[in-house]
Design a protein. Structure first.
Length: 361
């Protein structure tokens, strides 16, 4: 963009604007300077634009990124690294941050990962987050975030979860190998995450207090298994064991778990010192779910089912968040809504029952 100075020369704006309204505001400021005879072509009219490329800033951002004062998880860092290398750096890497426009972002988004809605949303969200950090940066690297596509960072749920009933959970448990039956219990009744279950050790089970103490989780980073802290600060929690399940835990510790507080509850069948491989767990789980007539059920759906059972007890939102290890209310709200929907079904059935009783009389 250019404008004409009082001496008749053309002056080029020092940067590209993210939106037309920003360019018009810049021109209006220069017109006021000229009309007020304050125009000085040698004086900077705006802050000197930062010369950082997207590549330089993104690498710095990834190296220093923190959430609530804590470095991001290794798995999250790997996920971001992959998105940067595959999608964002090839598209924007050599562009100056101040030169990336909303139109450019929209054109890129229109052709990016159109066959993968989830990864497309993740990719756009990462770009938007990095550029938002540049806006908020103390040095004011850019003034406006060019990522302005509404809804681009979210994706509609493709898989509709049909929660498992108590009867289905117990039938599924019975169909699993004896040494893995308690894993289904932890995933459903205690609504534990898969990584939390696979890292669970004897010392984490306090039967006297009736709780599981979740302080670690197993994650896969770069094809290798490693121990990390749970997903968030809220994920480090004590989960109360329903009293009717305490005998099940005692039996597993006696029959399937070696001595020592560091002993894994669900180790590899070949080596009790090594982690159970996820594909081995899924092999038994997929067979069991087919035998109970729920081939649609995913392992994570067990946690969803347990969360809905907990919500059905009348637990408050704060209580659900604490039990599930959620740091924000939004996820826990999904389970409350599901429980409320089920309650309406129950109410409708009660009305049918009442109507039948009236007819019978």
């Amino acid at each position: 963009m250019r404008f004409t100075a009082p001496d008749g020369t053309y002056v080029t704006a020092p940067r590209t604007f993210a939106a037309r309204i920003d360019a018009e505001a810049y021109l209006a400021d220069r017109r006021r300077d000229i009309d007020g005879q304050l125009w000085n072509p040698k004086a900077p009219t705006v802050a000197k634009p930062d010369r950082k490329t997207f590549r330089v800033y993104a690498e710095q951002w990834l190296a220093e990124r923190q959430i609530n004062g804590r470095p991001i998880k290794a798995r999250t860092r790997q996920h971001y690294r992959g998105i940067l290398d595959r999608e964002l750096l090839p598209a924007f890497g050599d562009r100056l941050l101040s030169a990336i426009t909303s139109a450019e972002v929209r054109a890129w988004y229109a052709d990016t990962l159109v066959d993968s809605a989830t990864m497309r949303a993740h990719t756009y969200s990462l770009l938007k987050t990095i550029l938002a950090s540049a806006v908020a940066d103390e040095d004011e690297v850019i003034e406006v975030n060019p990522c302005r596509i509404k809804g681009a960072g979210s994706v509609e749920r493709v898989h509709t979860v049909r929660p498992a009933t108590v009867a289905e959970i117990e039938a599924l448990t019975a169909k699993m190998p004896d040494r893995l039956q308690l894993a289904v219990t932890c995933a459903s009744w205690l609504a534990m995450r898969q990584g939390e279950i696979l890292e669970l050790r004897r010392g984490d089970v306090d039967l006297d207090a009736g709780v599981i103490r979740i302080r670690r989780a197993m994650v896969r980073v770069g094809g290798r298994l490693q121990v990390d802290t749970p997903k968030s600060t809220a994920s480090s929690r004590d989960v109360a064991i329903p009293p009717h399940l305490l005998p099940r835990f005692r039996e597993h510790l006696t029959t399937h778990t070696a001595a020592g507080p560091r002993t894994l509850l669900f180790p590899s069948s070949a080596d009790p010192t090594r982690y159970l491989q996820v594909k081995a767990l899924y092999k038994d789980f997929h067979r069991a779910r087919a035998e109970v007539g729920r081939p649609d059920l995913r392992w994570h759906d067990l946690r969803h089912s347990g969360a809905i059972l907990a919500a059905g007890t009348g637990a408050t939102l704060a209580e659900l968040m604490a039990r599930l290890g959620h740091s924000t209310p939004s996820a826990a709200m999904r389970y409350q809504h599901a429980a409320q929907d089920r309650d309406r079904e129950i109410a409708a059935l009660l009305s049918k029952l009442a109507a039948n009783e009236v007819v019978a009389e």
